[in-house]
Design a protein around this ligand. Structure first.
Ligand SMILES: Nc1ncnc2c1ncn2[C@@H]1O[C@H](COP(=O)(O)OP(=O)(O)OP(=O)(O)O)[C@@H](O)[C@H]1O
Ligand SMILES: [Mg+2]
Length: 514
C-alpha cells in the first residue's frame, strides 16, 4: 500500500513540475512567437527536399465574404468525375433538377491528369478557433481546395490547366445549376449587408420551342440565331462588340411573346431577369441593376411602350402641340398631365439606349436583351434601329402550322385522323382569313373535362372561329360608324366656327358703317 501511495505522490509532483516548467517556458517563449520564427524556416527546409507545389482556393474571398467563383468552378469541375474516383462523397440535389450532384467530401483526395501531367486535388476544411459572433453562417468553418503538383509542371498548371478547370467547371456548373427568374426590387430595399436589388424564384416555365406554336421555318431561324450567338464569344471579341444580342418581340396580346422568352431561356439554359422599368427611378439605378445581372442571362423588358414614355421628346412635343390645338376637354388634359407627372421614373430613352449599347452591357459575358411590345409603331425609331435590336420577331395570329402544332400538343390530333375538321379549320384560317391568337386557339382546344373528346374540342374551335368572324365584322362596322360620327361632329364644329366668324365679320362691318 505504502509503495502505491509513494508512486502516486511522485507522479503528482513530477506532473506539477512539468506544468511549472511549461508555464515558465510559455511566459518567456510564447508558442505563437516560436511558430512565427520557426515556421518560415521549417518551410524553407521542407521546400529544399519536398518537390511539390500547392495552391489553395478558398470558398470565400474578399472583404465581403463573397463566395468565390473560382471555388464554385473547381467544385463543379471536380464533381464531374469525382463520383468515380473519390471514396467519400457528398450529395447535393440541385432544386428543380432531378439529378443529384456528387462532389468529393471534406479531406478527400482525387487525382487528375492534364497533358500527361498528374495533379492532386484535396477538399479541406479549416476550423477557426475564434469565438467571435458572425453575421455569416458558419464563418468560422472555412473550406478550401488544395491543388498539389510537381514543381517541374508549374508552367503547364498555371498557364493552361487552371484555365481548363475554370472553363470546364463553368460548363458543368451551368448544367447543374437551378435556373432563376429574377425581378428587380424598388431601390428602397437596396441597402443593408444583404443587398437585394433582384429577388428570385426558381425558373420552371414549361414552354419550349416544341410547344411554341409558330411557323417551323421561323422557329428554326430563331433557334439557329440563338445557337450562333451562344457560340460566338470569339467572334464578338474579334469585331470588338459586346457579347450581347437584342430581340424585339412584337404582336397583339396572346400571341406568345412571353412564352417565346421562356422557350428561349429553356433552350439556352439561361436565367431570366424581368426588368420592371416603372420601379427604376433613374438611369443610375438602371446601370446598377444591370451590373448585378449574371452572365448567361436574358434581360426582359415587357411592354416597353407602356413601361415608360420611351417614345422620346420629339413625339411627345408633337403630341402636346396637337393637343393644344385640339381644344380637348380640360379635365381630361389635366388628368393626362397628372398621369405623366406621377410616373415617378426618370429613366430616359437615352439612358435605356446606353444601357443596351454601352459599357454596362459589355461587363461580363453573354447576355440577351428582349423587349416586347404590342404596338411597334409607338416606339421611337432610334430604339428599334438595326444594331440596337439585332432581330425583330413578329408574333402574329394563329396560322395553319401553328394550329396543327397546338392540336397535336393539346389533343394528340393529327390531320390524317380528323381530316374533315382540319379542312374546315384550314378554310376558316386561310380562305376566310379569320384572326385568332394562339392563346385563344389553345383555350378552345383545351380539354376541360374527361367528357370533352378531341372532336368536341375541334368543333368548339370551329364555332369560336365563326363567332370571331362575326365579331370582327361587327367591330369593323362599329369602327366605321364611329369614324363617320367623329367626322360629322368635326364638320359641324367647323361649320359652326365658320358661321360664327362670318357673323362676327358682318357685325364688324355693320358697326363700322354706323
Ligand atoms: N405561340 C404560342 N404557342 C403556344 N402557346 C401560346 C402561344 N401564344 C400564346 N400561347 C398561350 O397563351 C398564353 C398567353 O400567351 P403569352 O403570355 O405568351 O402572350 P403575350 O404575347 O406575351 O401576351 P401579352 O402581350 O398580353 O403579354 C400562354 O400561357 C400560352 O399558353
Ligand atoms: Mg406577355
Amino acid at each position: 500500500m505504502g509503495t502505491m501511495s509513494e508512486v502516486w505522490t511522485n507522479t503528482g509532483s513530477a506532473l506539477a513540475s512539468l506544468v511549472f516548467i511549461y508555464t515558465i517556458f510559455e511566459r518567456f517563449f510564447p508558442a505563437h512567437r516560436l511558430r512565427e520564427h520557426f515556421e518560415p524556416l521549417a518551410q524553407r527546409l521542407v521546400g529544399l527536399v519536398y518537390p511539390y507545389l500547392q495552391i489553395t482556393f478558398h470558398e470565400y474571398s474578399g472583404q465581403r465574404f463573397k463566395r468565390s467563383d473560382v471555388y464554385d468552378a473547381i467544385q463543379s469541375y471536380l464533381s464531374k468525375d469525382s463520383s468515380s474516383r473519390a471514396k467519400k462523397l457528398t450529395a447535393n440535389r440541385v432544386k428543380g433538377n432531378n439529378s443529384i450532384v456528387l462532389s468529393m467530401d471534406d479531406h478527400e483526395e482525387i487525382t487528375d491528369e492534364f497533358e500527361g501531367v498528374k495533379v492532386w486535388w484535396q477538399a479541406k476544411k479549416h476550423q477557426s478557433e475564434s469565438r467571435s459572433i458572425s453575421f455569416y453562417p458558419k464563418a468560422e468553418e472555412s473550406r478550401f481546395y488544395m491543388l498539389k503538383f510537381h514543381r517541374c509542371d508549374r508552367q503547364v498548371i498555371t498557364e493552361r490547366y487552371l484555365d481548363h478547370v475554370m472553363r470546364e467547371g463553368k460548363i458543368v456548373g451551368v448544367k447543374n445549376r437551378e435556373r432563376k427568374l429574377y425581378s428587380n426590387n424598388p431601390s428602397e430595399n437596396w441597402s443593408g449587408y444583404k443587398q437585394t436589388k433582384w429577388s428570385h424564384v426558381t425558373f420552371e416555365h414549361p414552354a419550349t420551342f416544341d410547344t411554341l406554336a409558330m411557323e417551323d421555318k421561323k422557329k428554326e431561324e430563331i433557334k439557329n440565331d440563338l445557337i450562333k450567338f451562344s457560340k460566338s464569344k470569339d467572334y464578338y471579341k474579334k469585331i470588338g462588340k459586346a457579347w450581347k444580342r437584342g430581340y424585339l418581340l412584337f404582336g397583339p396580346p396572346g400571341t406568345g411573346k412571353s412564352t417565346m422568352i421562356a422557350a428561349m431561356a429553356n433552350f439556352l439554359e439561361y436565367d431570366v431577369y424581368d426588368l420592371e422599368l416603372t420601379t427604376v427611378k433613374d438611369n443610375t439605378e438602371l446601370r446598377r441593376l444591370l451590373i448585378e445581372t449574371s452572365v448567361k442571362s436574358i434581360i426582359v423588358i415587357e411592354d416597353i411602350d407602356c413601361s415608360l414614355d420611351l417614345t422620346g421628346q420629339r413625339k411627345q412635343k408633337e403630341e402636346e402641340e396637337e393637343e393644344d390645338g385640339d381644344e380637348t376637354n380640360p379635365i381630361e388634359k389635366q388628368l393626362k398631365k397628372e398621369k405623366g407627372e406621377n410616373k415617378g421614373s426618370k429613366v430616359t430613352l437615352s439612358g435605356l439606349l446606353n444601357f443596351i449599347d454601352g459599357l454596362w452591357s459589355s461587363c461580363g459575358g453573354e447576355r440577351i436583351i428582349v423587349f416586347t411590345t404590342n404596338f411597334i409603331d409607338k416606339l421611337d425609331p432610334a430604339l428599334i434601329r438595326k444594331g440596337r435590336m439585332d432581330k425583330r420577331i413578329e408574333m402574329s395570329y394563329c396560322g395553319l402550322e401553328a394550329f396543327k402544332l397546338l392540336a397535336k400538343n393539346y389533343l394528340d390530333a393529327k390531320e390524317e385522323d380528323d381530316s374533315e375538321l382540319f379542312d374546315e379549320i384550314k378554310r376558316l384560317l386561310e380562305v376566310e382569313e379569320i384572326k385568332m391568337t394562339p392563346a385563344d386557339v389553345g383555350e378552345n382546344l383545351l380539354k376541360r373535362s374527361e367528357v370533352e373528346t378531341k372532336e368536341f374540342c375541334l368543333k368548339r374551335l370551329i364555332e369560336a372561329l365563326k363567332e370571331e368572324k362575326e365579331e370582327a365584322k361587327r367591330r369593323i362596322e362599329d369602327e366605321e360608324k364611329k369614324k363617320k360620327e367623329e367626322e360629322d361632329t368635326k364638320r359641324k364644329k367647323r361649320e359652326e366656327k365658320k358661321t360664327k366668324s362670318e357673323e362676327k365679320e358682318q357685325n364688324g362691318i355693320a358697326t363700322k358703317e354706323v
